[in-house]
Design a binder for this molecule. Structure first.
Ligand code: PMP
Length: 355
């Protein structure tokens, strides 16, 4: 039996994908070896790799003047690679701080350029994202960085800010769960281990005109290296690419980004309904318009109640609902592969628990 897994990432993946990978794992299409035993230069792997890149491009409707990169190291490495690749000497950049992940991105960028805070959500208890008019990127900023969905705080940007400088967006926890505003961005990146696959790499969509093969960077840290080599500069994480390609294909078969966005709103809506309809028993710390569709965060009257709630949930096969250790409370992460039955089972528990 499979549990309903509300983990924030790594997380639930589509059962069909897991089963297909199991069936192909030991003997890949009759080759007498597993795909993960083959050279990353083999025709078998190359077909998997190119298909995954192409599916990502189709699904995200990536314009021709953007490159799609698969880079190891998770979104955390992109916290450094974004300023390394975008900031020339003397450039500045602004960071909107809306929670833990955008703060981490900012702290890393401090090592690589002249960056400053364009807005700090501490003033509003990280309960909302800013309006474009509140943002204050430094004069002549090269980019404004934002995290479109804060995985820990459960808060998202409902609208993309147009502040006259290109955006650099960490979309890790809502990757391909909403359309990307291509006109506004120079780079969009995210770890794949939430909506798109197992842990081990990021997908980076980058405007080709910003790439600089001659930048004073180690080869792996330069996006241009990956772009020039179809993300095959060195040995790629073959298992992760293989699985991610399968999840991307599954998303495409199930209606793509538009359908996924709609299903996400529906799933999250059911949980927020249960919170708001509880007569104040459950409380959401996030302003209504800024509530995440991926990570639904809520509190109960006391920490003891929360511990009992989690224990009761576990008995019903509802797993990994504990909020991040830095904030406590409850967090239900409901990524692409979370079935509606999982959400309904949680709503059922939420309705019966207070009684
Ligand atoms: N940004 C966001 C929004 C995240 O949720 C995470 C991971 N939870 C990260 C960045 C860091 O990603 P990684 O673990 O892939 O480095």
């Amino acid at each position: 039996m499979r549990i309903h897994n509300f983990s924030a990432g790594p997380c639930t993946l589509p059962l069909e994908v897991l089963e297909e990978a199991r069936d192909e794992f030991v003997d890949y299409h009759g080759a007498g070896a597993s795909l993960i035993e083959m050279s990353h230069r083999s025709p078998e792997y190359d077909a998997v790799h190119q298909a995954a890149l192409a599916t990502a491009r189709r699904l995200a409707e990536v314009p021709d003047d953007f490159d799609v990169l698969f880079v190891q190291g998770g979104a955390s490495l992109q916290f450094a690679m974004v300023p390394m690749n975008l900031l020339d000497h003397g450039d500045t950049a602004g960071y909107a701080l809306t929670g833990s992940w955008s703060k981490k991105a900012f702290e890393d960028a401090l090592h690589h350029g002249d960056v400053s805070v364009a807005w700090d959500g501490a003033e509003v208890g990280y309960a909302r994202t800013p309006d474009a008019t509140e943002l204050d990127p430094p004069a002549f900023a090269r980019y404004l960085h934002l995290c479109s969905n804060e995985t820990i705080g459960g808060i998202r940007w409902p609208d993309w800010p147009d502040v006259g400088v290109p955006l650099a967006v960490d979309m890790s926890s809502e990757f391909l769960a909403r359309p990307i505003p291509w006109d506004l961005v120079d780079v969009v990146y995210g770890g794949v281990q939430k909506n798109l696959g197992p842990a081990g790499m990021s997908i980076v969509f980058v405007r080709r005109s910003v790439l600089d093969a001659d930048a004073d960077l180690a080869a792996y840290l330069n996006w241009a290296t990956h772009a020039a080599k179809d993300s095959l500069y060195n040995t790629p994480p073959v298992f992760v690419v293989w699985m991610t390609g399968k999840v991307l294909a599954w998303l495409e078969e199930h209606g793509g980004v538009a359908a996924f966005e709609e299903r996400a709103a529906e799933r999250a809506g059911r949980l927020y309904e249960a919170i708001d309809g509880s007569g104040g028993y459950y409380r959401s710390p996030v302003d209504v318009a800024h509530r995440s569709h991926m990570n639904v965060v809520f509190r109960l009257p006391s920490e003891e109640d929360e511990a009992r709630f989690l224990a009761g949930a576990a008995e019903r096969g509802l797993a990994n609902l504990k909020g991040h250790r830095s904030v406590g409370g409850i967090r239900a992460s409901i990524y692409a592969a979370m079935p509606m039955e999982g959400v309904e089972a949680l709503v059922d528990h939420m309705e019966s628990f207070p009684r």
